[in-house]
Design a protein around this ligand. Structure first.
Ligand SMILES: [Zn+2]
Length: 112
């Protein structure tokens, strides 16, 4: 089974693409709506999100509504959603745990 963070990243990417298709500005630029692709994205998203534990699923949806995304990269100890620096201890302690969250903005983080 895929790691939770990898499922979150995939859902986040699908959501970003769906938002793009739903954005009138994007359509005005001349990009065509690909209904087939949108339906497929929605179907796969629904399938994937069911693989997440309920609390993580709800948290993701909440973050996604608030920030327009539910996951962000952690680069050199910095959360790229709110740009706060995470305590080093928190990052090293987390090695064993599956999921890292920003203590400031609560977004799910993945290391790059
Ligand atoms: Zn943050």
């Amino acid at each position: 089974m895929a790691k939770i963070i990898n499922i979150l990243i995939a859902i986040n990417d699908m959501d970003a693409e769906l938002r793009l298709y739903e954005n009138p500005y994007y359509q005005n630029l001349g990009f065509e709506m690909d209904e087939k692709k949108i339906q497929k994205l929605k179907k796969v998203r629904e399938r994937e999100i069911k693989k997440l534990p309920q609390d993580i699923r709800e948290e993701y949806e909440r973050l996604s509504q608030r920030y327009g995304k539910g996951v962000a990269p952690l680069v050199e100890g910095t959360c790229l959603n709110c740009f706060s620096v995470l305590p080093t201890a928190m990052i090293s302690e987390n090695k064993k745990r599956e999921i890292l969250k920003c203590p400031n903005c609560s977004i799910f983080l993945y290391k790059v």
